[in-house]
Design a protein around this ligand. Structure first.
Ligand SMILES: O=P(O)(O)OC[C@H]1O[C@H](O[C@H]2O[C@H](CO)[C@@H](O)[C@H](O)[C@H]2O)[C@H](O)[C@@H](O)[C@@H]1O
Length: 329
């Protein structure tokens, strides 16, 4: 994971190139495309291979939110997913234990997704809630399973206020609170001001050695310096489902961001399941397959539901029964 604590022009230029590359609109180097397709084929084209490899195992789906279930938009508060996606997610959750793993706070991502039957791992996995039966969104708090960084809450709130103040002079800059993490958005800031904005963030964070900065898609993310990330959250959910040391599980993790690479790495080290990167352009990744955008993610999930519906009735009963046992009261 890249940090932004170095000094000097070279470091700043690297940061700006990397920030630009985090949300590109087209492949810079078309020569890379054939190799990329060879090593990271489409999960839709390889669907039969993926489900064949899952045979006899419990599929558990893990889904990032921004850029995976919803399109990337300029205003983070308007990153809505489609009704079609919501319906497909509902179907997916009927057949497989399903978790949303996001940099957003649980409350925010729940407000977008609005499905009580899912696990939610918000704040980059630092806040994990289990499924609830209640339809009231306030009841999502009943399902708290794990909070890795509660002691950092006062510090995060303090830094949020300072960052809002320090960055307000930069046009287009926005600081978002995600409970245990913060996001400083660059998307609406003129590129010529990116280095200055990053420097402001760095100066504030210099005073808080217990926090670290990582980079996402035109965003700097501030989070506690603890060894916890989306990969650890994936492990935690699998463990709470009873698949700690089991070979009978096939996790499918779909995500588009650098932070999702931690989860892809965990899958490869467990030698289990598949990681699917959502990207239209070649990127260095630990995922095995790719999907182009949220509409392809929806198609893939839909095919998974259809495939499960066609497979044996007895298996389906096992899955639903297993899921019920895990639902919190
Ligand atoms: O882990 P995720 O669910 O992918 O969350 C990561 C960040 O997503 C959001 O920012 C990104 O999407 C915004 C809306 O499309 C976009 O404007 C921004 O440029 C992207 O970085 C969210 O606002 C952040 O707080 C999350 O950390």
């Amino acid at each position: 994971m890249k940090t932004l604590m170095g000094k000097g022009d070279a470091k700043v230029n690297t940061f700006i190139d990397s920030m630009r590359a985090s949300s590109p609109t087209r492949a810079e180097n078309q020569d890379q495309v054939p190799t990329w397709i060879f090593y990271n084929p489409s999960a839709l084209k390889m669907f039969e291979e993926i489900v064949y490899n899952s045979r006899g195992k419990q599929i558990v789906t893990f889904l990032d939110y921004d850029g995976t279930l919803s399109p990337i938009v300029s205003d983070p508060d308007k990153a809505f997913m489609t009704e079609k996606m919501r319906a497909t997610l509902k179907d997916i959750a009927m057949h497989f234990p399903t978790a949303i793993v996001s940099g957003r706070s649980v409350d925010k991502v729940y407000n977008f997704v609005q499905l009580t039957e899912l696990y939610y791992a918000g704040s980059h996995g630092m806040d994990i809630r289990g499924p609830t039966k209640s339809r009231s969104h306030k009841k999502i708090n009943e399902g708290v399973l794990f909070q890795a960084a509660s002691q950092f809450l006062p510090m995060i709130n303090e830094v949020y206020k300072i960052l809002v103040e320090k960055t307000k002079s930069v046009q287009g800059a926005m600081v978002e609170s995600n409970k245990f993490c913060l996001s400083v958005h660059f998307r609406c800031v003129d590129e010529k001001n990116w280095a200055a904005l990053a420097e402001k963030v760095r100066l504030v964070l210099n005073e808080y050695p217990k926090l670290r900065i990582t980079q996402g898609r035109k965003v700097l993310e501030i989070r506690p310096s603890i060894k916890w990330d989306k990969g650890k959250a994936l492990d935690f959910v699998l463990e709470s489902l009873g698949y700690n040391n089991s070979n009978n599980v096939f996790p499918i993790y779909i995500g588009d961001d650098r932070t999702d690479e931690d989860a892809f790495k965990v899958l490869s080290s467990r030698s289990q399941g598949v990681g699917i990167l959502v990207s239209q352009i070649p990127k260095e990744t630990n995922a095995s397959y790719t999907l182009q955008d949220p509409s392809e993610v929806e198609q893939f999930l839909h095919r998974l539901v259809e495939w499960r519906r066609k497979s044996s009735h007895s298996h389906k009963l096992y899955v639903v029964d297993n899921f019920k046992k895990l639902t919190l009261p």
